[in-house]
Structure formats: C-alpha cells, structure tokens
Design a protein around this ligand. Structure first.
Ligand code: GDP
Length: 444
C-alpha cells in the first residue's frame, strides 16, 4: 500500500536530515520532490497543487523560525497536509433512528461491491446487528450466486429474487428486500447494485431508481484503488449520476499507487469510510485519515493493529500473557497460543507492515516467508508439554527428536530456542519499563 509514494517521500526527507537549519531553497527543493512523487502516484493535479502550496507555506514558516530538526518539521507539515487531503476527522456511519438502516453499494463492475457487502455484513453482525444482503445486481450472470456465497461465509441472510417474482427487476428486489427487513426487524440492509465496466447512463439510471426506492442512509461508492488516474473521472461521474455519502477504497493491498485515495476527498467532497485490503472477509478496516497518513509516512499504524487485536483477541488471555511476559515467565506453550491469536490478525507480512519504520525494511518484508511461521509452529508442536514449559530440559537427543518430528533440522530447533530465550529476556526488560532493541531487524 502506497509503497512507492512512501519510499519517495522518505528519500526527500532524508536529504533534510543532515541540515542544521532549513532554508527556503531547501523547502523549494523538497516540495518539488514531493510534487513529483504525488504526480507519479497518480494523485489528481488540482489536489497536488493545493497540497504542495500548503506544504510550502507551512514549511517556509518553519524555515523562518529557524526551528531545529528541519527534517522533522517538514515531515510534520506533510503529515498534517496528508491528513487534510485524506479527509481529516473520520465520521461515524449514519444509522436509522428507527426501522432498518439501508446501505447501498455503488461502483463499477469488479470494484469490489459484492465482496464489501460480505465484509460489512460480517463486521455488523459481529457488532451485534442483524443484517440482510440484498442482491440487486442482476446484470452479471453470477452476481446473485456470489452474494449468496459471501452471505453464507459472513453468516448473514441474503435476499435474492425468487424465480418468477420480480426476476430481472433490481428495483423490485431492493424494495421487497427492505419490506422483508422491516417485517422481520432486521437492523441493516445492504443493497448490492450492478456495475458496468465503464460508466454508462443505463447503469446510473438503475442506481438512481434503486436509491429512490429504498432511500439509503449511506450510499457507499466503492472505488478500486488500482484504476489509477481514471479514479477521479469515475468518482465524479458517480457523484453527479447517483450521488454518494462516502467512499470505500478497495484493493489497497495491491501495488496501487495510492493516488485515488489522496484525490477522492478533494475531488468529490465525500469522506473515505472504509479501506478494503484483500479478498478475505476480514480484510477491511475503518478508514482514518491520520492513521493512513502515518502509514504513508512510514510511521506505522499501531492504533489499527491494536483495534484489530481488541476485536479478535481473547482479552483475558491477552492480559494474562502480558503479565507473564513482563515477569519473564513466558513459555513456549504461551508462545503457541499467542501465535494462534496473531494469526487471527492476518499474515505476518501484514502485521509487520503496520509497525513503524518498516518501509526501510520493505525488501526483507517482501521476502518474508510465511512458511517460516509454519515451521516454527511445527517445531513447538513436536515438543512435549514439559519441554514447552521448560526449554532448559532440551538436550541434544530431545532436539534431534523434535527436528525429526517437525520435518526440520536441529539447527532450526536450536535457532528457535535461542531466539525464544532472547525474546523472553527482551520482554522482561520491557516489562520493567525498558525499550526493545530491534536493531536486529526482522528475525530470519
Ligand atoms: P463487484 O463487481 O463490484 O461486486 O466486485 P467483486 O466484489 O466481485 O470483486 C471483484 C474481484 O476483486 C473479486 O475477485 C474479489 O475477490 C476482488 N476483490 C474485492 N475486494 C478486494 C480487495 O480489497 N483486495 C483484493 N486484492 N481483491 C479484492
């Protein structure tokens, strides 16, 4: 996500780091680099213009005040400005006071609407709401079936046209779905609509008809981050043709250059509500401008990581672990259970990518082999409970047995034991208020 942009911005800040004070010429040179980086990331030109103008003015201010640490000053200014273009404060979703809340999804074919319906459905269900997904995409032959599959995976009900009952009329399906929700006291209705490969009037008319039939509380425009420069034009067409209350950026996990996310608020005035980051139903998150700006500037996104952990982890277990880690009593049994909890957050690559400063280690991160984690797990699983609880008893013959049992080598077993001991020491140190020494980088 935003890798290229992050790298370019980091390079332009690096040059400032060696400077004692900031001159206006330094500011101009850096702003020029930022401008080119934004253009190369496919950010819309008017947005680039406003962005660089604001950064230049604020950074001139910092230069005049002869502030120390020019590099940091500029990073701070760019961060502020990124938060601003990404939409500032995030806003809450609008829910109905009484009766079903209606969310309508609009966007081009392939943007990720159906997938999003499932993600939203699961997310809302987990927050205690009842959900109905309505299949008003009757354009694509397989769309109804796809929504049914997604609904099943999300554990929510799907409303699809019965044969002979409004088949081919997406407006009727939306209307009857809403009536069904009303009758059955369902909290949220998510209406999936048809998209086309390009913007066309018939699609817009159909979306307008559905909108007028169900009066959505939110119309979410789903925008594929990968479409680059076309994003602005597509978003404008939907804004004028159907109108929307918020944007969902999808496919932010790909090597999208990120320009669409940076342009869409400025161009349409609508906030980004969610970021979709994969095909799995859990691969999405609420969009927060400040956190996204932090990720772009490689400051990491610890807050989102913590939120996800809170959502998916067993809290009592987490607290018990934290206490054990602080006292240096962690065992491999605990480690195994932590590993399983971590896996609920997604791949190691994703988790590590949300830590600050990981941009510099991107290559290592890209080469990170998820199978490594499986090997580690296999080693721990091949140990007896007694061994897991006290690695001190792991003599040569036990290690050989574990290596054979896990399909690994004694060297790998030795490495794991050594790293575990080091990590345990580090956590004990942190538990006493110390800071971790991460200079070793990602463990290989
Ligand atoms: P729709 O035509 O707008 O309903 O789009 P779909 O939901 O069918 O999505 C089109 C394709 O994009 C499918 O193969 C999805 O699995 C994939 N997709 C959707 N959202 C994401 C995402 O955030 N990341 C990635 N990598 N793929 C996605």
């Amino acid at each position: 996500m935003f890798n290229n942009l992050s790298d370019r911005l980091r390079d332009s800040f690096k040059r400032l780091r060696s400077k004692g004070v900031l001159s206006e010429a330094d500011v101009d040179a850096t702003v020029g680099e930022i401008r080119r980086a934004l253009i190369d990331a496919d950010v819309a030109l008017p947005v680039v213009r406003d962005f660089t103008k604001a950064v230049r003015e604020k950074a001139y201010g910092a230069a005049r005040s002869q502030a120390l640490n020019p590099g940091q000053q500029v990073v701070r200014v760019v961060h502020e400005q990124l938060v601003e273009v990404l939409g500032g404060e995030s806003r809450e979703l609008v829910f109905a006071q009484r009766g079903p809340t209606v969310f309508m999804l609009a966007g081009l074919q392939g943007a990720g609407k159906t997938t999003l319906a499932g993600k939203l459905g699961k997310w809302l269900r987990e927050s205690g709401k009842t959900v109905l997904l309505v299949a008003s995409d009757l354009q694509r032959p397989n769309a109804v079936n796809q929504l049914q599959v997604v609904g099943q995976r999300a554990g929510v009900e799907v409303w699809a046209p019965e044969p002979g009952n409004g088949v081919g009329d997406p407006v009727q399906v939306a209307r009857s779905g809403l009536a069904h929700a009303l009758e059955n006291g369902i909290d949220v209705v998510i209406v999936d609509t048809a998209g086309r490969l390009g913007v066309d009037e018939e699609m817009m008319q159909q979306a307008r008809d559905i909108r007028d039939a169900v009066n959505p509380h939110e119309i979410m425009f789903v925008l594929d981050a990968m479409i680059g420069q076309d994003a602005v034009q597509t978003a404008t067409a939907f804004r004028d043709g159907v109108g929307f209350t918020g944007v969902v950026m999808s496919k932010l996990d790909g090597d999208a250059r990120g320009g669409a996310s940076l342009s869409v608020r400025g161009v349409t005035g609508a906030p980004i509500l969610f970021a979709s980051t994969g095909e799995g139903l859990d691969d999405f998150e609420r969009f927060h401008a400040d956190r996204m700006a932090g990720r772009i500037l490689d400051m990491g996104d610890i807050l989102t990581l913590i939120e996800e952990a809170e959502r998916k982890f067993d809290q009592d277990e987490a607290e018990r672990m934290a206490a054990k880690a602080a006292s240096g009593d962690l065992t491999l049994t605990d480690f195994l259970s932590q590993l399983q909890q971590m896996r609920k957050l997604g791949s190691m690559k994703k988790i590590l990518g949300m830590l600050p400063g990981m941009g510099e280690m991107r290559e290592q991160l890209e080469n990170f082999d998820e199978r490594e984690v499986n090997r580690v797990e296999a080693i721990v699983r091949s140990m007896t409970p007694a061994e897991r609880d006290d690695i001190g008893i792991l003599n040569g013959s036990r290690r050989a047995r574990i290596a054979a049992g896990s399909g690994t080598t004694v060297t790998e077993v030795n490495q794991l034991v050594k790293r575990f001991e080091a990590a345990r020491k580090m956590m004990k140190h942190m538990g006493k208020g110390g800071m971790p020494d991460l200079s070793g980088g990602i463990p290989q």
